[in-house]
Design a protein around this ligand. Structure first.
Ligand SMILES: [Zn+2]
Length: 402
């Protein structure tokens, strides 16, 4: 009975809010706020996991109706987390059920979730993803393809120089980045940073989700906002010889948006990086490792003159951001590196500078490990044999705008 009431309230709320121009997460929050007291004041029936899942399915069906967006599974995961929290508060004894719910939530987020939830930018102008950096749009600049490294296409997974190890960090900069830069300096190492322009699309609900797993909060603002710490950090990366590359403006799944949206994601990040460095990168990594030929993504990035950069060693640090779990990432690193041979092998490693344990533990561990095995810690460009002048587009006649 209470479930029926909850669902009825939910549906009413969804219908009422359907026309509002707000990011989807606001709806999720409203819905959860409405349903939560109903479920908390009356005991949940002895629900089988399958019944609970059916309830969640119904919520999500409605959410899909509002969002009409490919990343509805993020909404689903957030709802599941809400349900989980209610269950934990109300039924101390149903550990098994709540664990099932959390497993389902993790599954919904996908294995390649890298803690930068997409703002639902199709939904309305309130979304941070729709913000535009100042200055001239880079859409009309000339994009010569220099060097011999593959542009667009299926992308790059491996270094070409044996003995090289390219450490790469996605999603930053963030509050943990400066410590990583200090360590790189200390170990005389060069790395690559795939920068996201605006990870501010995180709502209250999304932040709570991230906290559950990582203790991290993003909501960091645009990278070229000079009142924030990010421009100085990106300048420091650049001036200390690290490679600065693009990870899109707002971290969408590039295979699931239109060609124009995809280009805007790249142009806006170019504008922001141009505002900081005066140059724009030629290397990028697609969020969620997603950039298919069928969607047109590979072709668009080729047209924009980008090298699509993947990896061959995934530390899974985003899944292991706790003092106990980070050992898993160390083990992954060791399993790959300890049995390798630097005279024949190379590594293109992915980690994320938005995680505390990555910064505090994993980076130094990897630096010590790679030195012990005689690998050279270099940037992606270097490990591909591409000279530094090819990593960026610059133009003395200022066609990049300002
Ligand atoms: Zn990412």
């Amino acid at each position: 009975m209470y479930l029926t009431t909850s669902i009825a309230v939910l549906i009413t709320l969804v219908e009422q809010t359907e026309l509002a121009e707000e990011p989807m997460a606001t709806h999720v929050h409203l819905i959860c706020l409405a349903v939560q007291p109903l479920m908390e004041t009356a005991p949940l029936p002895q629900m089988e996991p399958s019944a609970l899942m059916r309830l969640v399915d119904l919520w999500v069906l409605r959410l899909r109706g509002i969002c009409a967006h490919q990343r509805a599974h993020v909404a689903r995961a957030m709802v599941i987390v809400e349900v989980h929290q209610i269950i934990v508060r109300q039924h101390q004894g149903v550990k098994q059920l709540s664990e099932l719910v959390m497993i389902q939530a993790q599954r919904e987020m996908g294995e390649d979730y890298c803690t930068s939830p997409d703002c639902q930018f199709n939904y309305g102008p309130a979304c941070d993803a729709n913000k535009i950096p100042s200055g001239t749009n880079t859409s009309s600049i000339q994009r010569n393809k220099v060097g011999s490294v593959l542009y667009g296409s299926a992308g790059i997974y491996d270094c070409v120089q044996a003995g090289d190890m390219a450490l790469t960090f996605d999603d930053g900069p963030f509050i943990y980045t400066s410590h990583i830069l200090n360590l790189l300096q200390q170990y005389n190492a060069t790395a690559t940073f795939f920068i996201t322009g605006n990870n501010n699309g995180q709502s209250f609900q999304q932040k709570r989700y991230v906290e559950e797993f990582t203790d991290d909060l993003l909501g960091k603002g645009e990278i070229d906002n000079t009142s924030l710490a990010w421009p100085a950090l990106i300048k420091r990366m650049y001036s200390e010889g690290h490679q600065v590359a693009s990870h899109t403006w707002s971290h969408p799944d590039l295979s699931n948006i239109t060609s124009l949206q995809r280009k805007n994601e790249m142009w806006k990040n170019e504008m922001a990086l141009r505002n900081i460095l005066g140059v724009i990168p030629t290397y990028m990594r697609s969020p969620y490792s997603s950039c298919t030929a069928e969607s047109g993504c590979e072709g668009d990035l080729n047209d924009l003159g980008y090298h699509i950069t993947f990896f061959n060693l995934d530390t899974s640090d985003y899944l292991n951001d706790s003092p106990t779990l980070i050992q898993n990432s160390k083990n992954i690193f060791d399993a790959a590196v300890n049995s390798s041979n630097p005279s024949t092998d190379e590594f293109l490693v992915i980690a994320h500078d938005i995680h505390n344990q990555t910064s505090q533990v994993l980076v130094e561990y990897m630096l010590q490990g790679l030195k012990a095995k005689d690998y050279k810690p270099v940037s992606v460009g270097t490990c591909l044999g591409d000279p530094m002048e090819n990593w960026y587009r610059t133009d003395t006649s200022a066609t990049l705008g300002s």
